[in-house]
Design a protein around this ligand. Structure first.
Ligand SMILES: [Zn+2]
Length: 211
């Protein structure tokens, strides 16, 4: 893309490009609008996929998911977390709604600590340590995610009032702090499996998630 085509949105947020993304969802083709954003750091990139039908009016409040990238879960359908199932549930809900958006943040891998450290923490969990203590053990924050870029992108897309698909009260608070009115938080609860039961329990008991 030519530099001249780049559009400054506000300090810290730059809309790089708007395009369309046809996806396959449960055997159906769905056409989504795709907006890519670049933060100040080169690694800080975000794609927002927007579903909007003719039924949506100016007053329709979008159903929004902010999804942190998870290579092991989203791509390989790892059973150690609930990311793949949550992503699929969110896409289904968003594509069933007249107006919805999925903001996908690849750089927030492993709650923001990155792929290598996430797998380092997995190795410690193999020895019986829970997900929070494993992060502490390797000197990584328990949750290093920052929702500023996602929040600014949503505001820039006109989504200043949303229904949020999330189990995480902190995400709701973060969006509110950025000036987004979250009128409802819709939990995405998945059925546990033997590999992620403890991970989900830890998120519920030690991080106040709804899962
Ligand atoms: Zn995951």
């Amino acid at each position: 893309m030519r530099i001249s085509a780049l559009k400054a949105v506000e300090p810290g947020v730059l809309r790089v490009v708007a395009t369309v993304l046809p996806i396959e969802l449960e055997g159906e083709e769905v056409l989504l609008d795709a907006y890519a954003y670049q933060g100040d750091d080169a690694a800080e990139q975000l794609v927002v996929l927007v579903h909007r039908t003719a039924e949506a009016s100016e007053a329709t409040i979008p159903l929004v998911r902010i999804h942190s990238g998870c290579v092991t879960g989203d791509i390989f359908h790892s059973l150690r977390c609930d990311c793949h199932q949550q992503l699929q549930m969110a896409l289904r809900a968003i594509c069933a709604a007249p107006f919805g958006a999925l903001a996908y943040a690849p750089y927030q891998e492993g709650r923001g600590i990155g792929l290598f450290k996430k797998l380092q923490a997995y190795a410690l969990q193999d020895q019986g340590i829970d997900t929070i203590d494993a992060n502490i053990e390797i000197g990584a924050p328990v949750d290093a995610r920052d929702y500023t870029l996602a929040g600014r992108a949503l505001l820039e897309l006109g989504m200043n009032t949303v229904r949020l698909l999330s189990n995480n009260p902190l995400k709701q608070q973060a969006l509110r702090a950025l000036g987004i009115s979250v009128i409802e938080r819709v939990p995405l609860v998945v059925d546990p499996n033997p590999h992620n039961r403890r991970y989900l329990e830890t998120k519920r008991l030690r991080m106040a998630h709804d899962c």
